[in-house]
Design a protein around this ligand. Structure first.
Ligand code: AMP
Length: 205
């Protein structure tokens, strides 16, 4: 266990941490967003596709969220997936962009409606500032619809730049504009290697 994880556990005795499935792999959290098409089917397919890039160790609940910025557009579905992968961050991004394209993502308007948006929200212990890739995601601490699901799959996540435990961030407990739409049905280990549709969430109205 890393020093950061160990001290977080000491300070938060009720915190339940998922044991690392692949100790040499990077632990990443991927944010999922969509507001066009069959959002649930898209997310269920994406989780299976992510399982092809490593090991999916956590899937958050499913939220419906108000659009932030951009034109008038439909509400989003948002969720987060914890992935342990041996891919380097730039390769991971290339795979995510390909998955987006396969789901009909066409880059048009910034913050415009989309069939699928995949963001690398966080990678344990990594801070990256490159052209085309910023990790942690540049707006993670401004977007509760990203941070709230992230904390469900990585409750011990620390900001690699500041050491801040994200669970202590001011927006961590703020659910404004977010509605719980799906409780998790299927444990992540049942997703790996499945090509058939898997129901990950039971939808609430
Ligand atoms: P957007 O569609 O607005 O999410 O922007 C996607 C672009 O943002 C990608 O083509 C990446 O080059 C860039 N980008 C920078 N940092 C990240 C990140 N952490 N995760 C995903 N995309 C990123």
């Amino acid at each position: 266990m890393s020093a950061g994880r160990a001290s977080l556990v000491r300070e938060n005795p009720n915190l339940v941490l998922t044991p690392r499935a692949m100790p040499d792999a990077l632990r990443c959290v991927i944010g999922l967003g969509a507001n066009l098409g069959d959002r649930l089917a898209t997310f269920e397919s994406v989780v299976r596709e992510l399982a092809g890039l490593g090991k999916v160790t956590g899937v958050s609940q499913l939220y419906e969220t108000d659009p932030v910025g951009g034109p008038v557009q439909p509400d989003y579905f948002n969720a987060a997936v914890c992935l342990e992968t041996e891919l380097e961050p730039t390769s991971l991004l290339v795979h995510l962009l390909e998955i987006e394209r396969n789901h009909g993502r066409v880059r048009q308007l910034r913050w415009g409606p989309r069939h699928l948006d995949l963001d690398i929200l966080w990678i344990e212990g990594r801070a990256i500032h490159e052209l085309g890739l910023t990790i942690p995601h540049a707006r993670l601490l401004e977007r509760n619809f990203a941070l709230v699901p992230l904390l469900e799959v990585a409750p011990d996540a620390l900001d690699p730049n500041t050491g801040l435990a994200y669970c202590e961030a001011s927006i961590a407990g703020n659910r404004e504009g977010m509605r719980l739409r799906g409780s998790r049905l299927c444990p992540p280990e049942q997703v790996a290697g499945r090509s058939d549709p898997v129901s990950l969430w039971s939808l609430r109205s």
